[in-house]
Design a protein. Structure first.
Ligand SMILES: N[C@@H](CCC(=O)N[C@@H](CS)C(=O)NCC(=O)O)C(=O)O
Length: 236
């Protein structure tokens, strides 16, 4: 059994979608990041960056419990464990890893900042809003081009698509319209219709609070002084 430490965010849904796709049994452990669960000492042991998602595979390599943080590493681990959604041959395997790294290195950080400055930041900082909205639009364009030449990012449906898809669900609040990206829209609709994806997106979905960032305590935990006071950085 796999323990999935998660919360209903794009990074969390990547892993619940993959677990549903491969049909591995899993137990959901909620990490309510708006209440500070990410700072609990026990969670820190498996996720030293204080972020969800994380997993503990109680039947890991050598039949020992194995814990992992970073969603991209978790997706690769589950793909390798099950032999699914990441080919074994080197050329197609690295095509998947390439698009997965594109998600981890560009989509996640840039879309995350777009969410932050467009929705969460208390001040209306036009430079930051323009910068991250434009970067998000540029990255939608990169995917649009790729999806004009391939059905899925790495050719066949893979963990790269599972990593990107949850981030594209927020296209409206990222200031983007899928009508401007017809290939991406075709890809988005195909993935949305997959039963495993539908199931993966239900994980803790009822725990998500609209406008949680307007709650002063939650804002402080996520973005304010509170988080720096509670993170253990090891700095002297
Ligand atoms: N690169 C990490 C990012 C994880 C991440 O940013 N998680 C956020 C929510 S989506 C989180 O746990 N935030 C809580 C915090 O930083 O206090 C991954 O892909 O796993």
């Amino acid at each position: 059994m796999i323990d999935l430490y998660t919360w209903p965010t794009p990074n969390g849904f990547k892993v619940s979608i993959m677990l549903e796709e491969v049909g591995l049994p899993y137990n959901v452990v909620p990490i309510d990041i708006t209440k500070g669960d990410q700072f609990d000492a026990d969670f820190l042991k498996i996720s030293p960056n204080n972020k969800m998602p994380a997993i503990v595979d109680n039947d890991g390599p050598g039949a020992m419990p194995y814990s992992l943080f970073e969603s991209g590493a978790i997706l690769m681990y589950l793909a390798e464990k099950t032999g699914r959604f990441m080919p074994a041959d080197m050329a197609p395997r690295y095509l998947v890893i390439q698009w997965l790294m594109f998600q981890m290195g560009s989509i996640g950080p840039m879309f995350g900042q777009a969410h932050h400055f467009r929705t969460y930041a208390p001040d209306n900082l036009s430079y930051a809003i323009d910068r991250y909205t434009n970067e998000t639009g540029r990255l939608y364009g990169v995917m649009e081009h790729r999806l004009g030449e391939a059905e899925y990012l790495a050719g066949e449906y893979s963990i790269a698509d599972m990593a990107v898809f949850p981030w594209t669900r927020g296209h409206e609040r990222q200031g983007q319209s899928l009508d401007d990206f017809p290939n991406l829209k075709r890809w988005f609709e195909a993935i949305s219709a997959r039963p495993a994806v539908e199931r993966g997106l239900t994980v803790l979905a009822d725990r998500r609070r609209e406008n949680w960032h307007k709650d002063e305590e939650a804002f402080s935990i996520m973005f304010g002084k509170n988080q720096y006071a509670r993170r253990q950085t090891g700095a002297q």
